[in-house]
Design a protein around this ligand. Structure first.
Ligand code: MSS
Length: 366
C-alpha cells in the first residue's frame, strides 16, 4: 500500500509525482524533478508556509489588493492595479528556503528534513521597489532596513508579533528587489504569494514575503518573533536571539540532479552527470565535479543561457563510467572567485547548508 500523502487542496494543481510532501505546509521538489530548462515549472516548485495560506475568498479581487508603503517621503497605499502602471521588470531568481539541505547536516538539526528540493529558479515579473520608492520621494533619512509584512489573517487570541510573517532585510537589498504579480508567465499563484510578492533576490526564502500588504523602511528590525528569535544562526543547543546573525543572504552552492541517488543503479558506460549551481549574489564562473569525494576535480560544462547573477546555471559532465561506487561532489566558483564551502557551520535550526561535502552523493554503477 502506498503511504504517499496526497497534496493538500490549496496546491492540488501541483504535479504530485514530482513532490515530496513532508507536511501540508512543507512540500519539496524531488531531486530529479526540477526540470532541465533552468526555470522550475510552477507546478513543481516547492512550498513552505509558516502560517496557513489565505484562500481566494480571503484575497478577493487580485488587482484591488492593497500595499501600504511607509518610511518614505510620501507614504502611500497602492493597489496592484496602481503598481502595474508604475513599472515593469522581469528577473530570473532562485527562491530557496533557508532550511534547504537541512536533512543533509550530519547532526540532525530540528525542522523539516529538506534535501535539495526546497529551491527553484523562477521568472518573476513586477515593478522594481526602487522605482516605487523614487515615485514616493525616496526613503526617509535614517532608515536602515526594508521590512515586509505578509497578508495572512492572524489567528485570534495570540500576540500578533508571535505569528506574523514580517521580515527586515538591510536597506541595500532594496536595489534589486521586486514587487511581483507574475511568476513564470502566469499571474502569481496564491500558494506562492499572489496577488503580490516581495522578491529579494540573493536572500533566502523567508525574506521573500508572500501576499505582501506592507512595505516599510525602518530604523530597526521588526520585533516579530520570525525575525527576533526565528531564522537566526543559533549555535547548536541555543535558542535564537537578536545578537546572532539573521538568515539573510544565500551562499554559493551546487548539487547534482541526475543521476539521482533515489533512482537505483546506473548502467556502466556514458553517463551525463547533471546539476544546478547558484552563485547566490554573483554570477557562476565554473562548476567542478569530483567522482572520488573531492580528491580529483574536473570542470563541468555550463548549459543554457545565462539568466543573470540571481538565477542558477545548469551544468553537465559527460563521463564514461565503469561499474563501481562513486562519491559525486560538485563545487561552484563565482566570477569573483568565491568558492562553495567545503563545510557549513551546523546550527540549531539547520539553516544555510551549502557544504559540498554534505551535498556529495554516492552512486552505484552496475
Ligand atoms: N511569506 C508569508 N507571507 N508567509 C509565509 O509563511 N514563508 C516564507 C516565505 N515567505 C512565508 C512567506 C518561507 S520560510 C519560504 S521558504 C518561502 O516563502 C516559500 O515560498 P514558496 O513560494 O516556495 O512557498 Mo523558508 O526560508
Amino acid at each position: 500500500a502506498s503511504t504517499a500523502k496526497p497534496l493538500p487542496s490549496y496546491v492540488s494543481w501541483k504535479n504530485s509525482d514530482s513532490m515530496i510532501i513532508h507536511t501540508p505546509t512543507t512540500i519539496e521538489t524531488k531531486r530529479s524533478a526540477i526540470g532541465s530548462s533552468i526555470i522550475t515549472p510552477s507546478d513543481r516548485l516547492f512550498i513552505r508556509n509558516n502560517l496557513p495560506a489565505p484562500t481566494a475568498a480571503d484575497i478577493g479581487d487580485v488587482n484591488a489588493w492593497k500595499l501600504s508603503i511607509e518610511g518614505v517621503s510620501k507614504p502611500e497605499t497602492f493597489s496592484v492595479a496602481d503598481l502595474k502602471q508604475m513599472g515593469f521588470e522581469t528577473m530570473a531568481a532562485v527562491l530557496q528556503c533557508s532550511g534547504n539541505g537541512r536533512g543533509l547536516f550530519p547532526g540532525n538539526p530540528s525542522g523539516t528534513k529538506w534535501q535539495t528540493g526546497a529551491a527553484g529558479c523562477v521568472m518573476w515579473t513586477g515593478v522594481a521597489v526602487r522605482d516605487v520608492i523614487k515615485a514616493l520621494g525616496g526613503v526617509s533619512t535614517g532608515m536602515i532596513y526594508m521590512t515586509g509584512t505578509g497578508g495572512e489573517k492572524l489567528p485570534a487570541g495570540i500576540d500578533p508579533l508571535a505569528v506574523v510573517v514580517e521580515r527586515s532585510v538591510p536597506l541595500a537589498a532594496m536595489q534589486d528587489a521586486l514587487l511581483a504579480w507574475e511568476m513564470n508567465g502566469e499571474p502569481m499563484p496564491l500558494a506562492h504569494g499572489g496577488p503580490l510578492r516581495l522578491i529579494v533576490p540573493g536572500y533566502s526564502g523567508v525574506n521573500n514575503i508572500k501576499y505582501i500588504k506592507r512595505l516599510a523602511f525602518t530604523k530597526d528590525q521588526t520585533q516579530a518573533a520570525i525575525q527576533k528569535t526565528g531564522y537566526r544562526m543559533s549555535p547548536i543547543g541555543q535558542k535564537g536571539d537578536p545578537t546572532q546573525p539573521a538568515v539573510w543572504t544565500m551562499d554559493a552552492k551546487s548539487w547534482i540532479t541526475s543521476p539521482s541517488p533515489d533512482s537505483g543503479p546506473i548502467k556502466a558506460g556514458q553517463v551525463q552527470i547533471k546539476g544546478v549551481a547558484l552563485g547566490a549574489l554573483e554570477e557562476v564562473a565554473k562548476v567542478d565535479v569530483s567522482l572520488d569525494g573531492g580528491a580529483n576535480w574536473q570542470p563541468a560544462r555550463l548549459v543554457g543561457p545565462d539568466l543573470g547573477k540571481y538565477a542558477w546555471r545548469q551544468f553537465v559532465l559527460s563521463m564514461n563510467l565503469k561499474a563501481g561506487q562513486y562519491l559525486v561532489s560538485t563545487r561552484v566558483t563565482t566570477k569573483s572567485g568565491v568558492q562553495q564551502v567545503a563545510l557549513s557551520t551546523e546550527n540549531a535550526a539547520g539553516y544555510l547548508n551549502s557544504s559540498w561535502i554534505y551535498h556529495s552523493v554516492r552512486i552505484n554503477v552496475a
